[in-house]
Design a protein around this ligand. Structure first.
Ligand SMILES: [Fe+2]
Ligand SMILES: [Fe+2]
Length: 202
């Protein structure tokens, strides 16, 4: 038996292992794809809520205007969190803004709650959190956890505003947004914010 065979086999397996590793490195992980999808979603929500705030003010619902601006500030915090992890992974955050048609404030509140926030709270973020755990990305998991908790609150705040629209005139009204994580409150509770740090949005 030739002595060359084991050497050739070892070389072959080394080359195979290297090509597998190269392929793994060049393919974005599931979590990176999820971060990009979340970054795109948060960027769109941020832009959309600023438009909905203007529409609410046009209709005389100044308190809803404040609520949409507070939610927009939270989505901005989420997109920044996700963008930072995308960059840490060596990629560039990418978003394409597609503003939906601006409807009545009541419809804007209902659709934002039932479609956007409920989907993120119940489907998108829970799935992304599970995948981030699988991929061992603590940073991504943290952004997704914070966002999921904030979206749950946005859902409640939008539904309450839609149900009490008659009382949402006037304003502006103060909302409070945690500087880290973007948790959004109608009543201030600094203990809910990492490090007790929050911003007031009107
Ligand atoms: Fe968000
Ligand atoms: Fe939200």
């Amino acid at each position: 038996m030739s002595k060359r065979k084991p050497m050739a086999a070892a070389l072959l397996s080394l080359v195979l292992a290297m090509s597998v590793a190269a392929r793994a490195a060049s393919q974005p992980s599931e979590t990176l794809k999820n971060l990009q999808a979340a970054y795109n979603g948060e960027s769109n929500a941020h832009a959309k809520y600023l438009e909905f705030a203007k529409q609410a003010e046009k209709e005389g619902y100044g308190r809803v205007g404040s609520l949409f601006r507070a939610a927009a500030a939270a989505e901005q915090i989420h997109r920044t969190c996700e963008a930072n992890v995308v960059k840490e992974m060596g990629a560039t955050p990418e978003a394409r803004i597609n503003l939906p048609p601006i409807k009545s404030t009541e419809q804007n509140l209902e659709e934002s709650a039932n479609k956007g926030e409920a989907y993120e709270r119940d489907t998108m973020y829970p799935r992304f959190i599970r995948q981030a755990r699988k991929d061992g990305s603590k940073a991504a998991e943290q952004c997704f956890e914070w966002a999921r908790a904030a979206e749950a609150e946005h859902f409640k705040l939008f539904k309450a505003a839609a149900a009490n629209l008659g009382q949402m005139t006037g304003g502006p009204e103060s909302y409070y947004v945690c500087k880290e994580g973007g948790y959004t409150m109608a009543k201030l509770d600094p203990a809910k914010c990492p490090g007790g740090k929050y911003e007031e949005v009107k």
